[in-house]
Design a protein around this ligand. Structure first.
Ligand code: SAH
Length: 478
């Protein structure tokens, strides 16, 4: 390691910045964003640095020769686009023992700038020893995606309580355990979820911090996580994190194997869902097992296809968790209707043409009979039907009876966002036939004029565009 990452105290004094043009302005932005006091020498004489009034109080534009300027009290020298002046400045800085950076010039630099992840009190610096700023930026992007957005707030929260808690715990290892428990438990989760008041109250309730740190059993919790419709890249960052942190995962049958692959290897995975022709363990049993696992101190993930609150029984599960006093959180996912719309390029709303969306479930024909179809006759309403495959004939009859035109465009989209996704497009009249063309797997129906805008059905054998398919059908009907 040639360059050791250290953090410079910007309160200690001003940074001198020397250079010209856009390179100078770019460094000025970095230093200003960090809150530095800056003395700028624009050696091209262009002093128009478009400073905001907030920055102007900390930034001083000076005109004299930087090679002879007074450097007492200065904490670092930065040259960007300074040419030979940078090299000369480097010699001067080194003679004075001042840290110096000459942009893109390792030979004349005694420090270099890392790529920075800035989350308030939490700052991550990424360096590549000056070899590749692009690699450093890629690493930074990966870290950005990994870190919770409020990690800085968590550090600040702990900072605010550290002194008072540490005074109450004598042994150092126990202090560390105390903070680990806080960070990994519901208090940390509350701060990361933006519920600081709740976290403060919970911390305040800990009457004996040493006992809390010593407690054998950490507090468990349940996260209700939406896995999306199948493509693992559609998992949210929060969902991914929950899967990585979980001690045990209870998952639906619908969750794709590619997503189950993202669970930490040593985590128990328990399938609890129903499958066609095979009953699951039942909702009460699922609730009971989740609660037991959380009460035993485990971090439980309840992983559901799509979104937990869209035909996912998430509502019933949180009621059970509330009743049991178990801490829980909800991580939304991309519901199958939205995944299917994106996958087959069906805009669910469209200016003037579709101004409302209804998500509907029609599990069985008798459920379909229970639906009040008269609320679905608005031609500007897009209807997305879940669990509607076996009930397709009843759905068609219901919509006909309510007065929807047999020519209403319809798409049946199966296994959406998965590599073997399949679509069939036509009109309401031939809905049961469209359903027969699908080779199994979960599917949604999208009913409404917007289906006309669907992108080409790459995965269908037909070479025709959706628009052609529908207009041919309508011609044939006339
Ligand atoms: N909570 C889930 C829905 C569960 S109900 C969500 O938000 O998506 C199960 C129904 O969802 C299936 O019958 C089917 O209609 C739909 N579905 C789930 N995954 C799907 C997929 N990959 N492709 C098409 N439809 C899907």
């Amino acid at each position: 390691m040639r360059f050791l990452p250290v953090f410079l105290d910007l309160k200690a004094g001003p940074v001198v910045l020397i250079g010209a043009g856009e390179l100078l302005r770019a460094k000025l932005r970095v230093l200003a964003a960090a809150g530095a006091r800056i003395r700028v020498h624009a050696i091209d004489g262009n002093h128009d640095l478009s400073l905001s009034s907030a920055d102007a109080t900390r930034i001083e534009v000076v005109s004299g020769d930087p090679l002879t300027a007074d450097l007492s009290g200065v904490i670092a020298i930065v040259c960007a686009g300074a040419g030979d002046v940078g090299v000369a400045m480097s010699a001067r800085a080194k003679a004075l023992g001042l840290p110096v950076n000459v942009m893109d010039d390792l030979e004349h630099s005694s420090f270099i700038f890392p790529a920075i992840v800035d989350r308030g009190e939490v700052v991550v610096a990424v360096g590549t020893g000056g070899t590749s700023p692009v690699v450093a930026r890629r690493v930074r992007e990966k870290i950005e995606a990994l870190l919770p957005a409020r990690i800085g707030e968590l550090a600040e929260f702990i900072g605010a309580f550290r002194k008072s808690i540490n005074e109450r715990i004598a042994e150092f290892p126990l202090r560390r355990r105390f903070w680990e428990r806080v960070i990994d438990g519901p208090i940390g989760a509350a701060v990361l979820a933006g519920r600081k008041g709740e976290a403060e109250a919970a911390l305040g309730k800990i009457s004996d911090p040493s006992a809390f740190a010593r407690a054998e059993k950490p507090e468990g919790s349940v996260a209700l996580v939406g896995a999306g419709p199948g493509d693992p890249d559609l998992l949210t960052i929060k969902a991914l994190r929950a899967l990585q942190d979980a001690d045990i995962v209870f998952h639906d049958e619908l969750v794709s194997p590619e997503i189950l692959d993202r669970i930490r290897r040593d985590t128990a995975r328990i399938p609890v869902g129903r499958r066609v022709g095979r009953p699951g363990i039942g909702q009460d049993a699922i609730n009971k097992r989740m609660i037991e696992a959380a009460q035993a101190g485990q971090r439980v993930v309840r992983l559901k296809g799509g979104d937990p609150f869209v035909f996912g029984r998430g509502g019933e599960e949180i009621e059970a968790l509330r009743a049991a006093g178990v801490a829980y959180s909800i991580v939304p996912g991309i519901t199958a209707g939205l995944g299917g719309a994106a996958d087959f390029e069906v805009p669910l709303t469209y200016r003037h043409e579709a101004t409302r969306i209804t998500f509907l479930t029609a599990h069985k024909a008798r459920d379909a009979e229970a639906v009040d179809w008269s609320t679905l006759t608005d031609t500007k309403m897009t209807v997305v039907v879940y669990m509607g495959m076996t009930a397709a004939p009843a759905i068609r009859e219901g919509l006909f009876a309510a007065g929807r035109s047999p020519e209403t465009p319809v798409g049946v989209f199966a296994r959406v966002t998965r590599p073997d996704a399949q679509g069939a497009i036509g009109t309401l009249r031939d809905l049961p036939e469209l359903v027969r063309r699908i080779n199994g797997g979960p599917a949604i129906l999208i009913i409404g004029d917007v289906v006309r805008h669907a992108g080409s059905l790459r995965r269908e054998t037909s070479e025709k565009t959706p628009k052609q398919i529908i207009s041919d059908l309508l011609d044939a009907a006339e």
